[in-house]
Design a protein around this ligand. Sequence first.
Ligand SMILES: NC(=O)c1ccc[n+]([C@@H]2O[C@H](COP(=O)([O-])OP(=O)(O)OC[C@H]3O[C@@H](n4cnc5c(N)ncnc54)[C@H](OP(=O)(O)O)[C@@H]3O)[C@@H](O)[C@H]2O)c1
Length: 283
Amino acid sequence: MILTTGATGRIGAEAVRLLAGGGLATRALVRDPTRAPQDGSWSGAEIASGDFERPDTLDAAMAGVDTLLLISPSVPAQEIAAIDSAVRQGVKHVVKITNHRATEDSPVDRRRDHARIEAHLRASGLSHTLLAPNLFMQNLLVVAPVVRQTHGFVMSTGDGRFGMVDSRDVAAAAAAVAAAPGDHEGRAYLLTGPELVSYDDVADALTRAVGHEVEYRRVTPAEHREGMIAAGVPEPVASSNAQVFGLIAEGDAAWLSDDVAALTGRRARGLGTFAADHADVFR
Ligand SMILES: NC(=O)c1ccc[n+]([C@@H]2O[C@H](COP(=O)([O-])OP(=O)(O)OC[C@H]3O[C@@H](n4cnc5c(N)ncnc54)[C@H](OP(=O)(O)O)[C@@H]3O)[C@@H](O)[C@H]2O)c1
């Protein structure tokens, strides 16, 4: 049995679809069962109601589970609670979504958080695999309303390039590992798209997909932070995002890997495919 947490999220929903579609015994942990897809895409999957904040619900969901696909908003206490529950319930392998630059002394809080969770996972003695994706193409969906209204978007990464990955490929890689965890014990994989791109390339891809010009409007990270706060983003999140955008401008996410193809047997989706598949959202 494979249990996927964060199952209503970007990676999780697709991973559950792929695992259930592949005929594997699959369970999805959801906070609110009414948020599970109603379109039949999870046909064959069990639904377990649970919350990282309620360890009793984690224990119930993990009963009989062999492999945990651990996806969350990466709050350390929550993932640590899930790892502890996995130990209690005799789970054999954990597949964790993490960050490529997760170190204890990272200047970025969310990377330190992932490093803390990784350390707990190592100390648990559980067999595990780490999957570190580059920036998700699906993050672009957040700016879709602005693109629709203004034919452009604001970003503060300058000419910085990144190995942007489609979260559907992150899900496919995660499902492949969860389906055969013994082949991936103790391994860490970097999940990226097929090419390094900048937000100029993003604007070009959206322009081609929607059929009119989409503009990349450059601001500094400090200006971007102010803009996010003005738009209602909580200050700590805006500050952390702006910090990461500044790092990306300096080349922090300019890394590529063939691991998506190696794990899934398919070339990772490019930006053009993402833009074409989501054109209606941006038009
Ligand atoms: N975005 C990127 O560019 C990027 C890049 C690299 C790595 N990552 C990593 O990817 C991971 C996030 O994956 P994602 O984008 O697929 O997630 P997501 O779309 O943000 O979804 C988060 C999921 O966590 C669930 N959740 C939140 N609080 C919960 C709780 N208390 N109990 C149970 N479930 C809870 C949510 O359920 P509800 O539907 O109930 O809210 C949702 O299913 C993070 O570890 C992040 O660091 C992201």
